[in-house]
Design a protein around this ligand. Structure first.
Ligand code: ADP
Ligand code: ZN
Ligand code: ZN
Length: 721
């Protein structure tokens, strides 16, 4: 019998986004990787479907009207994905207008990605008793009995206990050693913590979710209102029914408390999946889910693609967070994928946030999602917020970095041995250097963006492409040697100022510069939890789910800096950041305070955040979105063209512009800033019918002769600047 095998090809060129047909006489399944030749090249194919045929080779070729090649080898013994995930990839291909193979690449962990080629898994040596009778010395016998009692066990474990006997037992063939693929271990709580008795408000929310037939819920609860406890109790119920649970979080490193809380709660196996894992570790976690050794997973964006067989609950915590959106092809949103999977598994999907995205909240108001609200904090006190206008401080000759109000409150907390969090969402020392002669800002030679001064390494860094350089002796624009002035300030400078003001205070800084090493985040957060520091200072990294009961003061420096970004979401992002950061204060027994240093105290994002008033912000912001016809009133699709050659970029952008038409606006071509030496242009589609925009783009892709390598399609982009 011959198998007719249809494969996707590893090459992610849009023009090749179709299956190619091969023949094979051996066994091969859908969802395996195969070795094939394509033209003169040898490639990896990903099997889309297999037909078994009783025809002869000649008959098959006659039917297809061409000669068919044979598959040269099969890389996987069993399918890497389930049928559900296969369909999901096809859905994602349509949604995001990405090549199918790019979707499979995104869904699978590195070790088994189609482009990854032959799997190079790490193996381990295991030992077990043989049935051979051999004579042993007393010490060897002891080791032998240890194996008998503990088998199966790894060779390294045996060596740890019997360093001198292990090898001899194998030589004498008393035990047999075998190489096995290394496996991950699911985590278990040894003594699971009991769930907390719910507050009345939590109980009501929980019942509402439990007793409803709706599938998607938006759980909106102020910071500290106990959303996590609700997730955990819903998870426990799903696990009890023998189902699997997926809890998605924005960034594991920044939410260590979520993992420890899940970990302490359940006896069922827990897997943890995030981008900080090595390829081998990711593969092991993927196996744990596939073999059902893990029934609950806490993970970031890509965990949404794990091969669950029977999901009973999906939670997406901090559903508004931008890290749920992938910024490269396929530009998918984890929330949409989660809902798609929820539909397949008939399980509830809970979107949780203190500050839901405008899109989700608007849907909840339209009853597309079921809205469940938690209004009160568990400890019943919201932090008291003081808005401090920085201009007033400057006018009185005070500092624009630490105002007197903030300094006084810091001094008070330091005396009381309570803890302080300081947020400044800009890393480095000073923001920019300007030429004293021509006033031009020093820019990255590859990106058209301002370089930031880093005082510790005494160099300039580009935060976009990573380029570092010394301060030039002359201005690259006007050639003047008059030197440079610094503008603005970042976390390094803030740390220096705080240390000057409070020489005794112990400060931890957390930003992209201090967290480069693996596990650095966890180290800093643990040290703060252990009271090894009085002040935790950092960028938006410290604004998320941290729950430290002794933090009673949060200072937000340059809190409204984000408002000056030229993006339609900049108010929403700033509001979220202020709300989240404020929410870190006063979570324990003691009341909390927040000092909000801003330049524009009257702005509604600042005012609403200070009152922790999501609803008013929502309606204000919706007015602005309506006036500009931005989402959620319209749909957007961003087409970004980039290449090293300006003419090539222009050619494709203009061709796009000329061909795209329909019942939507075509905005641009807009030239974007150069990044990493790539010239970029963008066309933006804006319309009421998302599918019509997709159809127009698809038509262009099918009909054009141009090379589309530099084209990025982002349906429903998060940011435009
Ligand atoms: P959120 O996720 O909404 O920010 P958390 O779930 O982190 O809130 O809860 C805030 C704090 O309140 C945590 O320290 C948590 O342990 C505690 N907490 C939550 N629910 C209860 C409860 N029912 N009883 C006692 N403490 C609770
Ligand atoms: Zn100059
Ligand atoms: Zn750069």
């Amino acid at each position: 019998m011959i198998r007719i095998v249809h494969c996707w090809i590893e090459h992610p060129v849009r023009k090749l986004d179709q299956t190619f047909t091969y023949l094979y006489e051996g066994n091969v399944e859908r969802g395996c990787r195969v070795q094939i030749s394509f033209g003169s090249r040898r490639l990896i194919g990903f099997v889309d479907s297999v037909e078994e045929s009783e025809e002869s080779r000649e008959e098959i070729e006659a039917r297809f009207g061409m000669k068919l090649k044979d598959i040269e080898g099969v890389l996987d013994e069993e399918s890497l994905i389930t049928d559900e995930l296969h369909d999901l990839a096809m859905w994602m291909r349509d949604e995001t207008l990405s090549p199918a193979i790019a979707c499979f690449q995104t869904m699978l962990p590195g070790k088994v990605k189609p482009a990854g080629g032959r799997r190079s898994t790490v193996s381990e040596r295991w030992v077990r008793l043989s049935d051979k009778e051999v004579s042993l010395t007393p010490k060897q016998l002891e080791a032998y009995l240890y194996v008998k009692e503990h088998q199966p066990l790894t060779y390294s474990e045996l060596r740890k206990h019997y360093p001198n006997q292990a090898r001899i037992l194998i030589e004498k063939e008393a035990v047999i050693a075998e190489e096995k693929e290394r496996e991950g271990k699911a985590l278990y709580a040894s003594e699971p913590e009991a769930s907390l008795p719910l507050s009345a408000e939590q109980q009501k929310a929980m019942d509402e979710i439990r007793n409803s037939d709706d599938s998607v819920f938006l759980l909106q609860g102020v910071t500290g209102s106990g959303k996590t406890e609700i997730y955990l109790q819903l998870a426990a119920e799903a696990l009890q029914k023998g189902k699997q649970v997926l809890i998605l979080v924005p960034e594991i490193a920044l939410t260590p408390q979520m993992i420890s809380r899940v970990r302490e709660r359940f006896r069922e196996g827990l897997a943890i999946y995030h981008s900080g894992l090595s390829d081998q570790e990711k593969y092991e976690q993927y196996r744990l889910v596939k073999t059902r050794q893990a029934s609950i997973v806490v993970g970031t964006r890509s965990a949404v693609f794990l091969p669950f067989a029977d999901l009973g609950l999906i939670v997406l915590d901090e559903e508004h967070d931008a890290s749920y959106k992938q910024d490269s092809q396929p530009c998918y949103h984890c929330r949409s994928v989660a809902m798609h999977r929820g539909l397949f598994h008939h399980c509830k999907v809970i979107l949780g946030s203190a500050t839901p995205s405008l899109d989700s909240y608007a849907r909840a108001l339209k009853k597309v999602y079921h809205l469940v609200v938690l209004k009160e904090r568990i400890n019943r006190t919201m932090p008291e917020v003081t808005i401090v206008p920085v201009r007033d401080s400057i006018r009185r000759g005070g500092s624009y970095i630490l105002t007197d109000v903030l300094k006084d409150k810091m001094r008070d907390r330091l005396q009381k041995k309570e803890q302080i969090i300081l947020l400044l969402n800009r890393r480095g020392y000073s923001a920019q250097l300007r030429c004293r002669s021509c006033q031009e800002v020093l820019k990255c030679p590859h990106c058209d963006l301002a370089m930031s001064w880093h005082h510790d390494i005494r160099r300039l860094k580009c935060h976009t492409c990573g380029t570092e350089m010394h301060t030039p002796s002359a201005c690259p624009v006007c050639g003047s040697k008059a030197g440079f002035m610094s503008y603005g300030f970042g976390t390094q400078r803030l740390q220096e100022e705080v240390q000057k003001e409070f020489p005794e205070a112990r400060i931890l800084r957390m930003d992209a510069d201090t967290t480069g090493r693996k596990n650095a985040h966890a180290g800093i957060l643990q040290a703060f939890a252990d009271h090894e520091a009085d002040i935790l200072l950092g960028t938006q990294m410290i604004a998320k789910g941290l729950d430290y009961p002794d933090v009673t003061l949060v200072g937000i420096v340059n809190g409204d800096e984000g408002l000056s970004r030229s993006d339609f979401r900049s108010c929403e992002v700033t509001f979220d950041l202020l709300m989240q950061a404020s929410g870190r204060s006063g979570r324990g027994e003691k009341n909390g305070e927040v000092v909000l240093q801003v330049y524009d105290p009257g702005h509604y994002a600042v005012q609403c955040a200070a009152r922790q008033d999501y609803e008013t912000f929502f309606y204000q912001e919706m007015k602005f979105r309506h006036a500009g016809q931005y989402p959620p009133y319209t749909y957007l699709a961003a087409l970004t063209v980039s290449s090293r050659d300006q003419r090539q970029t222009d050619r494709l952008a203009l061709a796009l512009k000329a061909s795209l038409s329909g019942n939507f606006q075509v905005i641009g071509v807009v030239s974007l800033l150069k990044i990493n030496d790539r010239c970029r242009s963008r066309i933006l589609l804006k319309g009421k019918d998302e599918e019509e925009m997709r159809r127009a783009i698809r038509r262009f892709i099918d009909e054009t002769d141009l090379d589309l390598k530099g084209l990025k399609i982002d349906i429903d982009p998060l940011y435009l600047d």
